[in-house]
Design a protein around this ligand. Structure first.
Ligand SMILES: [Zn+2]
Length: 136
């Protein structure tokens, strides 16, 4: 570690979405922003069933049992270090996901990244999993 790491801060929009999720996920996201090498913006938090139904109809989401409904999930977009603009790049998202997993480790909170899902790759998605529904 060289000490030259850039400090990022959340936009107001990100802060507004963070207020909608459970405190343990908010804490992980804040810690991840300190740890990450790639900046990111939060673009979704808790959703109600009407919003979830609309996203499933649009094909953006596959399930009505989303962790977004209980505030245990958020979506984010990495910001391109060159342009500063949001970009749904897997390479950038991997950096952010690593920060979330490390933050979750530090805060003793299990985290799952949708980018690792085999059936429906969901790059923007981070959640605290429902451990009672755990399957491999
Ligand atoms: Zn999501």
């Amino acid at each position: 570690m060289t000490g030259s790491q850039v400090q990022f801060s959340f936009s107001q929009r990100s802060e507004d979405y963070l207020k909608t999720v459970v405190p343990s996920l908010e804490a992980v996201a804040r810690r991840a922003l300190v740890l990450t090498r790639v900046d990111f913006t939060i673009i979704s938090g808790r959703r109600n069933m009407a919003e979830q139904r609309r996203l499933v109809r649009q094909g953006v989401s596959r399930t009505l049992y989303s962790r977004h409904l209980s505030g245990h999930a958020l979506d984010l977009v990495p910001l391109d270090p060159v342009t500063g603009k949001g970009r749904f790049s897997r390479d950038l998202a991997v950096e952010v996901a690593a920060a979330f997993y490390e933050a979750g480790y530090q805060l003793n909170t299990a985290i799952r990244w949708g980018g690792m899902w085999a059936d429906f790759e969901d790059i923007p998605h981070m959640e605290i999993p429902d451990m009672s529904a755990r399957t491999l």
